[in-house]
Write a protein that binds this ligand. Structure first.
Ligand SMILES: NC(=O)c1ccc[n+]([C@@H]2O[C@H](COP(=O)([O-])OP(=O)(O)OC[C@H]3O[C@@H](n4cnc5c(N)ncnc54)[C@H](OP(=O)(O)O)[C@@H]3O)[C@@H](O)[C@H]2O)c1
Length: 330
C-alpha cells in the first residue's frame, strides 16, 4: 500500500514515524508548503517532498493520502484526493462544519473511496478498554459519567487559537470526548454548554468549557474542556449501579475499577494494556480497512456526529438554551 502524508507538523511527523513501522506500507511522499521545513522533514523520514497534491499524483501511483493539516484545510484536500480516486485518511475533526463534512462524505462515496477518520481515542487502550468494560456490564447500568481534557492555550501554532480555522475548543478538543461518548453510550439526545473565554494578550489567553450531554440510553455525561492548563491532562469517571471505572492521565496508577460487589475486589486494568501505541494501532487498522480486511471502527458518519455535537454545544452557549440533537434541533 502506497501512502502519502499531507502536513509536516506535529501529527504529520507522528504519522510518518508510525507508517514506517508498518509492514507492507511504502511512504511515497510528504506534502507541505513551507519549503524549508518540508525538506527537513522529508530528509528526516527519508521520503520525497511535494508541495501539492497535483505534483504528488503526477509523479507517484499513491493509493491513499493521509491528511494531517489544520482543520480548515481538510474539506478541500479530502475532496481533491477523492476525486483523484485515492482513499483518504483524515485527522480529527473531519471538518470545520457538518455542512463541509457531509460534502466530503458525499464526494468520497461518489468516487468509491474510503474516508477514514483519525478519532484516535478509539485506539487508546484506556478508552477502548473502558468501552468494553461498560458494554460488558462491569459497572452495571451506567448513570453519570464525567470526562475531562485540558491542554495549555495553543500558542505559537496560531491556527488552533483561531475559531475560524480550528473550530475552537469544543470542536478541536471536545470532538475526542464527544466521539468516545457516542461510541460507548449511543447517540446524544440533548446538549447544554457554558464557556469562559479570557485574555487579550497572547500570554494570558485561556478558554474553559463545560458541556452536559443526555445520551439516548439515559446516561448523563459531563465533559470539561480546557485550554487553560499548565500541561496535558485527561481523565474520566464512569459510574454505574454496580461500580465505577476511573482514569487519570496524571495519576501513578492511571486506571482503576471499583465494584460494589464484595466478591470482586477493586481491580486495576492490566498495565500491559498501556504499552500498545494507539497511533500505530489506528494506522494498521486503516490499512486493513483499505485492503478490505476490516470494517472501519470509526465511520465518517461517526465523525460527522462528533462535529454536530460540538456545533450543538456552541449553539447552546450562544442561546443559553439546551440544544436537542435527536429532533434535528441544531
Ligand atoms: N488525533 C489526535 O490525537 C490529534 C492530535 C493533535 C492534532 N490533531 C489534528 O491533526 C491536524 C494537524 O494538526 P497539527 O498539530 O499537526 O498541526 P501543525 O503542527 O500546525 O501542522 C500542520 C501542517 O499542515 C501543513 N499545511 C497547512 N496547510 C496546508 C495545505 N493547504 N496543504 C498542505 N499542507 C498544509 C503545514 O505546513 P505548511 O504551512 O508548510 O504547509 C504543517 O506542516 C489537525 O486537524 C488537528 O486537529 C489530531
Amino acid at each position: 500500500m502506497k501512502i502519502a502524508v499531507i502536513g509536516s507538523g506535529k501529527l504529520g511527523q507522528r504519522h510518518l514515524d508510525k507508517w514506517q513501522q508498518i509492514a507492507g506500507v511504502e511512504v511515497v511522499g510528504v506534502i507541505a508548503r513551507n519549503r524549508e521545513r518540508l525538506e527537513m522533514v522529508a530528509k528526516k523520514y527519508d521520503v520525497k517532498p511535494f508541495t501539492s497534491l497535483e505534483e504528488l499524483f503526477a509523479q507517484t501511483d499513491v493509493d491513499a493520502v493521509d491528511v494531517c493539516t489544520p482543520t480548515y484545510t481538510h474539506a478541500e484536500l479530502v475532496k481533491q484526493a477523492a476525486q483523484a480516486k485515492k482513499h483518504v485518511i483524515c485527522e480529527k475533526p473531519l471538518a470545520l462544519t457538518s455542512v463541509e463534512a457531509n460534502e466530503m462524505i458525499q464526494v468520497c462515496e461518489e468516487n468509491q473511496v474510503q474516508l477514514l477518520v483519525g478519532h484516535t481515542l478509539r485506539f487508546f487502550p484506556e478508552y477502548a478498554n473502558a468501552k468494553e468494560q461498560v458494554e460488558g456490564g462491569k459497572i452495571g447500568k451506567p448513570g453519570v459519567v464525567r470526562l475531562t481534557r485540558g491542554v495549555p492555550f495553543p500558542q505559537g501554532r496560531s491556527w488552533y487559537a483561531d475559531d475560524e480555522k480550528s473550530g475552537g475548543l469544543f470542536l478541536d478538543l471536545g470532538s475526542h470526548e464527544f466521539d468516545w461518548l457516542q461510541w460507548t453510550f449511543g447517540d446524544v439526545k440533548r446538549v447544554m454548554a457554558k464557556s469562559v473565554k479570557r485574555g487579550h494578550e497572547e500570554a494570558e489567553k485561556m478558554e474553559y468549557g463545560f458541556v452536559t450531554l443526555r445520551m439516548e440510553d439515559g446516561t448523563i455525561a459531563y465533559v470539561e474542556l480546557s485550554w487553560a492548563e499548565p500541561e496535558f491532562q485527561a481523565s474520566y469517571e464512569l459510574a454505574g449501579d454496580k461500580g465505577m471505572i476511573t482514569y487519570d492521565h496524571q495519576a501513578t496508577v492511571t486506571i482503576s475499577l471499583q465494584l460494589h460487589s464484595s466478591a470482586d475486589e477493586d481491580r486495576q486494568v492490566p498495565k500491559s494494556l498501556m504499552h500498545k501505541d494507539p497511533y500505530r494501532r489506528q494506522l494498521e487498522h486503516f490499512i486493513q480497512c483499505m485492503e478490505g480486511k476490516a470494517e472501519p471502527i470509526v465511520t465518517a458518519t461517526d465523525a460527522l456526529k462528533a462535529i454536530q455535537i460540538a456545533e450543538a454545544a456552541v449553539k447552546s452557549i450562544q442561546t443559553g438554551q439546551p440544544v436537542s440533537l435527536s429532533e434535528g434541533g441544531r
